[in-house]
Design a protein around this ligand. Sequence first.
Ligand code: ADP
Ligand code: MG
Length: 323
Amino acid sequence: DATINKIAAGEVIERPSAVVKELTENSIDAGATVITVEIKEGGISFIRITDNGSGIDESDMPYVFLRHSTSKIKNADDLLRIKSLGFRGEALSSIAAVSQIELVTKNTESFTGVRYLIEGGVEKGMEHIGCPSGTTFIVKNLFFNTPARRKFLKSPQTEAGYIQDFMERIAISHPEISFKFIINGQIKLHTSGNNNQKDVIYHIYGRDITSHLVSVKAEDESFSLSGFIAKPAISRGNRNYENYFINGRFVKNPIMYKAIEEAFKPYIMLHRYPFTALMLTIDTELIDVNVHPAKLEVRFKNGEELYSFLYKSLKDTLEGRDL
Ligand code: ADP
Ligand code: MG
């Protein structure tokens, strides 16, 4: 049973950035408006995530660490209309199976909080504790019991870089949340949560990109698109500056890359790629996010329609502008 848990864990938790992603998304789903992420040694030895969200009720305590336990999906119908970032109920059990977790949480409605310890999937203790509403996860020594997986990790700097990439994207896609990200005691990112996406882009990418931004807004019956692109003067030799989000979720989606790059083609040199921070909103019944455990992939029921919508929206935005 423990082995099965570890194998399954590998699907979701490949590296420290996956832990940060899953826990941060849980904080967002819990309605947090302030989220602090702190890592040491690239997140391999230490990750701490603190939020001011709903907290976890004491009575749910051992259960949230069981496989397929989720409070976000109640029936098969819900799976067709996923509004939360999480829904598989796999993350906490997978992380707990391969690390040492300390969880401190207080549900908004409870008088006292709880501190819960779990290591390698085995409960190590639980006690009442006074604490503010919200949740803190401390994840230590990732893959301490799976040395092969630990060996597969890259250097702490590289792992920290993956986490920073994630933090920047989540901050861009959630300007309404204040994020603080700390590496080895140094603040790397601190957004205000004032819901101004341009401020977040400035904070992360600096003046160069921010002074070249063009705002994008488009809508039809099925889709709505908003966010920013940079004028073609700002371009890259790879797709690292292309940020796409669908219903608040960062995705790498071939339709989005293709449609937007195609619209940029007349303005941009061959093999150069634009800066984008574009949020697509689409009826949850028209997409399937339940394709891949990390949820980077999505399937569309009307992919061709989406392509045309994106292409046209960007073409209209770029056309006749002083680029
Ligand atoms: P999922 O997010 O798919 O539901 P997880 O394993 O990530 O599954 O989390 C299990 C459950 O634990 C969630 O459904 C939620 O009820 C609870 N939970 C996890 N993290 C938090 C948090 N930061 N605040 C409140 N509840 C949380
Ligand atoms: Mg989750």
